[in-house]
Design a protein around this ligand. Structure first.
Ligand SMILES: Cc1cc2nc3c(=O)[nH]c(=O)nc-3n(C[C@H](O)[C@H](O)[C@H](O)COP(=O)(O)O)c2cc1C
Ligand SMILES: C=C(O[C@@H]1CC(C(=O)O)=C[C@@H](OP(=O)(O)O)[C@H]1O)C(=O)O
Length: 390
């Protein structure tokens, strides 16, 4: 299974084409749109999100609410496009007014300068249009299809925020908490954090950063429950599930670190406090007493929940400007900006949920190749049974 995306942040639309999703999968547009709505939200978002009303249009690959097994095309319109038709015109401009509005001032921490050097764009708008996290709209849409496939196999993916601007929620989510309950609690909260009290402090931290013209980052956690054992493999570097989860998380704009389970804390602990003791009972088969490794051993799912965290750096566009150099004059300037997010960690948790769902679904289909959903479900259930009887 694979997908590509196309589209500029202020162009007419974003598009994704998805290939390899099994047929006979029930697809709910409401669920796709719910994912998009959550990605738009979260405290700290800028004015752009008041303009956009992200809704997905399915233009190929689905009939009467079910996947056909043929490529699926999803499109999301940019409502802001109508304000940018001249600046973003596909045709050459009629006069040079638009050409004079080129961007020559790269923002520290964004893709502007290096993207300009790499693609030889003197107008840095040509870089920022595609490097913008607006692209995550259709990545979330693709991931929302993967989520629906996983749900129909009893595998649930949820995400929430654990840290914003140095304020931490308790990381130990009870194993008994159902995926649906986690999702409900996260979505019903302005920063998508499971702790009501801590979320108030996070909101205050975002407001304070915004008032100071600054930005803040944070940590998001993704949890995948219902995994069969043995998805991914130790036999090749690029089959390792943990490596692939890390890649997926790091592919999100502004994400700079990933950990599974206890993650970097493992550096401070002896092996006896890191590895999860193996247990067996007839009802559940093999389990682990704890889940400190975050659900993988040897690049394969153990059957315990996958627990993946990612850290997002603070947004690079600052109202309190940092110094940079104008690429035309080579003079130092202090950037002034019109609008930006002060904190997009809550929104990014939704992106993380969906890119991890995509990666898990892809790895699942590599372990259990299938053309249609029943075939996949049978193979997954067969593995669950075999693991129990092993
Ligand atoms: C959901 C989301 C929203 C973002 N919003 C902004 C924004 O408003 N302004 C900004 O400068 N960067 C924003 N970013 C971060 C930039 O897209 C990112 O820093 C940039 O693409 C450069 O990539 P890098 O940080 O991975 O090097 C956002 C990222 C995400 C995930
Ligand atoms: C549009 C989205 O996020 C954008 C991501 C982004 C960036 O530089 O990454 C910059 C901002 O774009 P604009 O300059 O148009 O306000 C954000 O609003 C979105 O998430 O849908």
């Amino acid at each position: 299974m694979r997908y590509l995306t196309a589209g500029e942040s202020h162009g007419p639309q974003l598009t994704t084409i998805i290939e390899g999703l099994p047929s006979q999968l029930e697809i709910s547009i409401e669920k796709l749109n719910d994912s998009l709505r959550r990605r738009q939200g979260g405290h700290g978002r800028g004015r752009r999100m008041q303009i956009e009303k992200d809704l997905v249009e399915i233009t190929a690959g689905v009939r009467h609410g079910k996947s056909l097994g043929s490529p699926i095309c999803l499109q999301v319109t940019n409502d802001d496009w109508k304000h940018w038709t001249h600046i973003m015109g596909i045709e050459p401009p009629e006069d040079d007014t638009e050409m004079k509005r080129q961007i020559s001032r790269p923002r520290p921490g964004h893709a502007d300068l290096v993207g300009g050097i790499k693609y030889n764009h003197r107008d840095l708008r040509n870089v920022l249009e595609r490097s913008s996290a607006r692209e995550t709209t259709v990545r979330v849409a693709a991931g929302a299809l993967a989520k629906q496939m996983l749900e129909q196999l009893g595998i649930h993916v949820t995400a929430y925020v654990t840290t914003i601007g140095g304020i931490h929620a308790d990381r130990s989510i009870p194993e008994t908490l159902e995926a649906a309950e986690i999702a409900e609690r996260a979505a019903g909260n302005p920063v998508y954090c499971l702790d009501e009290e801590v979320s108030k402090q996070m909101v205050a931290a975002i407001d304070a950063a915004k008032k100071a013209g600054d930005t803040i980052g944070g940590v998001v956690e993704v949890r995948v429950t219902g995994m069969p054992a043995g998805v991914g493999s130790y036999v090749h570097y690029d089959c390792k599930l943990d490596a692939r989860l890390a890649f997926a998380m790091m592919s999100i704009n502004a994400f700079k670190g990933v950990e599974l389970g206890l993650g970097f804390e493992m550096a401070n602990l002896p092996g006896s406090q890191v590895h999860d003791q193996i247990r067996y009972n007839a009802q559940d088969g093999y389990t682990r007493e704890t889940n400190r490794l975050g659900g993988t051993e040897g690049g394969m799912s153990t059957g315990m929940p996958l627990v993946v965290r990612g850290v997002m750096k603070p947004i690079p566009t600052l109202y309190k400007p940092l110094e940079s150099v104008d690429i035309d004059t080579k003079e130092v300037f202090k950037a002034s900006i019109e609008r930006s997010d002060a904190c997009a960690v809550p929104a990014a948790s939704v992106v993380a949920e969906h890119v991890i769902a995509w990666e898990v679904a892809q790895a699942l289909l590599e372990t259990f190749p299938a053309d249609h959903l029943d075939q996949l479900r049978n193979a997954v259930n067969e593995r669950r049974k075999a693991a129990k009887e092993f």
